[in-house]
Design a protein around this ligand. Structure first.
Ligand code: THG
Length: 367
C-alpha cells in the first residue's frame, strides 16, 4: 500500500515523536488521528506483548467530556446500561445506542465525579451526537473534547513498570477503576484497563505538554523489563474477543447482536434514547450474533471487507476481523453469524480472498 500524506486533518498526538523514534511501521486512522498498528511485525509485537510490557499511544481514544448538573442525566440518555449504582472512580464499558437501538459506539465511561464524566470513545463521531442531544434537550451541561490523551501500559510486567514510576499504590487499582496520581506536579487519572487481555493500565494524560516527558520516563524506568513501544495488536485482541467498532459492528447492529447484552439493563435504564427500540427487539432476542470463528489453512490476509460465511451455498453471516494466531496455530476471527448456525462446533465455509476455507464456530479462543 502507498503512504498516508500527513496533514492537519490527521491529527498528531502528544506521543507522536516517541512513536516515530520507536520505528513505527504502519498506522491506521481512528477518530481522525494516527493509531500505530505495527512496530516490529504484528507477530513479533504480539509475542512481546504477551511476555513483557508495552507502552501504547492510544490518544485516538478521545474523550467526550460532560460537565455540569445534567452530566449524569445526559450519560444515561446515551446508554442502556443502568448507571445509577456507578460511583466516582469507576469505569464502565457502555454500549451507546441511537433511537433505533443501533450501536453508535462502544466506549469506556469514566465517572470523575457526579457532574463530570469522560466518554473514552471508539472510532465514530460521538461528540456530534452528544452535543446534539445536550442542545436539543436544553440540558445544563458542557460537552467538549478536552486535551486528554490515554497512554496504555499493557502486558504481564505492567504492574512492575507502573510501580517504578507512580509508586506501589498503583498495584491497588482494581479492574475498571481509576485513582489519581501525580506526575511532574500534575494530577493524572490512572485506570486498570486497556484494549488487551494481558493486563495493564491506562494513563489519562491531561495536557499534551507532558506527553514526551511521560513517554520518556516510562521507557527509562523499564529498560531492564524490556519495555517497548506497542499498539493494540490485531492477533491478541481477536484471540481475546475484543470487538472493534466499525469493523465487527456498526450502527446496523444492536448491543445484543454484539454480545453486549450483559451491559444492557434496558428495563431500568430510564431515559436511554434507544430504550423503547431495545425493549422491542430484545423481547424476541437477536437473530444473529458475534462469534469467535476458527479458519483453517495458512495465514489469512487482513480482513478489509466482510468475508461471507456460507452453509450449503447460502450466506449465513460474515467475518470482519481475522489473523493468524501463533499460540492457537489457527486463524482466529470474529464474525456475525445467523442463529441457525451460531452454535459452537458448527462447521461453515468462509469466502476468504484466496477462496473458500473451512470455518468453525468456537465457544471462545481464550478458554
Ligand atoms: N480503553 C479506553 N478507551 C477505549 C478503549 C479502551 N476506547 C476505544 C475502545 N477501547 C472501546 N472499546 C472497548 C472494547 C472492549 C473493552 C474496552 C473498550 C474492554 N472489554 C473488556 C472485555 O470485554 O473483556 C472488559 C469489559 C468489562 O468487563 O467491563 O476492556 O480499551 N479508555
Amino acid at each position: 500500500m502507498a503512504m498516508i500524506s500527513p496533514s492537519r486533518r490527521l491529527r498528531r498526538t502528544p506521543f507522536s515523536a516517541g512513536v516515530e523514534a520507536a520505528g513505527v511501521k504502519a498506522y491506521t486512522v481512528y477518530n481522525r488521528m494516527l493509531l500505530p498498528t505495527v512496530f516490529e511485525s504484528v507477530e513479533a509485537d504480539y509475542r512481546h506483548l504477551k511476555d513483557h510490557v508495552q507502552v501504547w499511544d492510544v490518544s485516538v481514544e478521545r474523550q467526550v467530556e460532560l460537565r455540569g448538573p445534567d452530566a449524569g442525566r445526559l450519560m444515561q440518555m446515551l446508554t442502556p446500561r443502568d448507571l445509577r449504582s456507578m460511583l466516582p472512580g469507576q469505569c464502565y464499558y457502555v454500549p451507546i445506542v441511537d433511537e433505533t437501538g443501533g450501536m453508535l459506539n462502544d466506549p469506556v465511561a469514566v465517572k470523575l465525579s457526579e457532574d463530570r464524566w469522560w466518554i473514552s470513545i471508539a472510532d465514530s463521531d460521538l461528540l456530534l451526537w452528544v452535543k446534539g442531544i445536550a442542545n436539543g434537550y436544553r440540558l445544563d451541561v458542557l460537552v467538549d473534547e478536552p486535551d486528554v490523551s490515554p497512554l496504555a501500559v499493557q502486558g504481564p510486567k505492567s504492574d512492575e513498570l507502573m510501580e517504578r514510576v507512580f509508586g506501589e499504590r498503583v498495584r491497588d487499582i482494581r479492574f475498571f477503576r481509576f485513582d489519581m496520581f501525580q506526575f511532574m506536579g500534575r494530577d493524572l487519572a490512572i485506570a486498570r484497563s486497556g484494549y488487551s487481555k494481558q493486563g495493564g493500565f491506562e494513563i489519562y494524560l491531561d495536557g499534551s505538554d507532558l506527553g514526551m516527558p511521560l513517554w520518556n520516563t516510562l521507557f527509562e524506568a523499564g529498560e531492564d523489563l524490556n519495555v517497548r513501544a506497542g499498539c493494540p495488536n490485531a492477533i491478541e485482541r481477536i484471540e481475546g474477543g475484543l470487538m472493534s467498532y466499525g469493523n465487527d459492528m456498526t450502527d446496523d447492529n444492536t448491543p445484543h447482536e454484539c454480545g453486549l447484552g450483559r451491559f444492557c439493563d434496558t428495563q431500568t435504564a430510564i431515559g436511554c434514547i434507544g430504550r423503547d427500540a431495545l425493549l422491542r427487539v430484545s423481547k424476541e432476542g437477536p437473530v444473529q450474533q458475534i462469534r469467535p470463528i476458527a479458519i483453517d489453512g495458512a495465514a489469512v490476509p487482513p480482513c478489509d471487507r466482510p468475508w461471507p460465511l456460507m452453509a450449503n451455498g447460502k450466506r449465513v453471516g460474515q467475518v470482519t476481523s481475522a489473523a493468524w494466531s501463533p499460540d492457537f496455530k489457527t486463524n482466529v476471527s470474529i464474525g456475525m453469524v445467523r442463529m441457525t448456525h451460531w452454535d459452537p462446533g458448527t462447521v461453515l465455509e468462509v469466502d476468504a480472498p484466496d477462496g473458500l476455507r473451512r470455518a468453525t464456530v468456537q465457544e471462545s479462543f481464550w478458554l
